[in-house]
Design a protein around this ligand. Structure first.
Ligand code: GLA
Length: 344
């Protein structure tokens, strides 16, 4: 019998350059995996038990496989572990530790990084798209948030050095290089995300409501949107339709090598998320304004679901730090590969 081998897995976080709150209606998005992420190191156990410690929580996660009731698991991050293992039908136990360089709950997909890392640590070996679908189902069970496929697919399928254009309608994706001489920064606005669960589901429901009246938002025009009677649905749908157009334009600008245009589209995206989709907060708005006032910054916007967390900025490569107010932090990030085994 061979000695059980340890496994070390790294799953990146992701930053969405442009295209927020459009993945769950089959829109286009342009995220990239980053060099911050979550590492899991495990060794097998013969007794069907899972024991995971985390440097972010003094309470370990203990599970007995096969997993039965995901929503009862404590501490809460254990629900993501349990849901992934339940989706995989895992029966082989393991123990080990989780550590992360990602800001948690900040719009950088720390939950998706955890989910993908758990799947790989538990021996997942299939295609990237199947891993993304599995993690999406697991995260929806674990958190109750009816998320789209963007985060999981980026983390499963990204390639080093490029962003990923994802068509969330058919789940196809292709690498898109950013223009030369550009850097990407992430800055935390200093406020953790809140309200995301309820507000996210409510925004998604509004989009579906609009779709029941004018058809798929992916195919709708701004004049279709203008025909919606309810003013609230009209602005929600206007965000989605205009954001998808901005993503298309940003992909073209990447291909042409036009960072100023990408930056302009990012600022418009932020304004739309702030005014039409109403998922920004003052701290995010102030940070975006502040970053956009720095020489060499092409544009900035909130990234992810909103209601706190991080903004993303595209800058000239000579900008070597972005000045963030107060306690908040910022990181220069580079486009990285998706989830991977560090040794086998
Ligand atoms: C969260 C969800 C994604 C996406 C973004 C907003 O990150 O997990 O599916 O909807 O919010 O773009």
């Amino acid at each position: 019998m061979s000695t059980p081998k340890s496994r070390r897995v790294f799953a990146p976080g992701r930053v969405n350059l442009i295209g927020d709150h459009v993945d769950y209606v089959g829109g286009l998005v342009l995220p990239m995996a980053v060099d911050l992420g979550t590492t899991i190191e495990v060794v097998p156990r013969a007794d069907g038990q899972v024991l995971l410690t985390s440097e972010n929580d003094p309470r370990p996660v203990r599970l007995t496989l096969p997993v039965r009731d995901v929503t009862e698991v404590e501490p809460q991050w254990g629900r993501f572990v349990a849901a992934v293992l339940a989706e995989m039908g895992a029966v082989d136990g393991f123990e080990g530790s989780v550590s992360s360089s990602l800001p948690i709950g900040a719009g950088m997909s720390s939950s998706s990084a955890l989910s993908a890392a758990v799947a790989m640590a538990a021996g997942y070996e299939g295609a990237a798209i199947e891993l993304a679908r599995l993690c999406r189902r697991a995260e929806t069970t674990a958190s109750g948030v009816p998320c789209g496929i963007m985060d999981q697919l980026t983390i499963a399928a990204a390639t080093k050095g490029t962003a990923l254009a994802i068509d969330c309608r058919d789940e196809s994706f292709r690498p898109i290089a950013l223009p030369d001489k550009c850097s990407v920064f992430i800055a935390h606005c200093g406020v953790s995300r809140s309200l995301v669960e309820s507000a996210y589901a409510e925004r998604r429901a509004a989009c579906e409501d609009a779709e029941s009246q004018i058809g798929a938002l992916r195919d709708a025009s701004l004049s279709n949107v203008a025909s919606l009677e309810d003013p609230l649905l009209r602005i929600r749908a206007r965000h989605v339709v205009s954001e998808i157009a901005r993503v298309e334009a940003a992909i073209d600008a990447c291909v042409r090598g036009d960072p100023a245009e990408i930056g302009r589209l990012m600022i418009e995206s932020h304004e739309s998320l702030r005014d039409d989709f109403e998922v920004s907060i003052d701290e995010l708005d102030r940070l975006v304004d502040r970053l956009c006032g720095i020489e060499g910054v092409y544009g900035a916007r909130l990234t992810g679901a909103g209601f706190g967390g991080c903004v993303v900025a595209l800058t000239h490569e000579e900008v070597d730090a972005v000045d963030v107010a107060g306690e908040a932090q910022s990181w220069r990030v580079v486009a990285s590969d998706g989830v991977r085994n560090l040794h086998d």
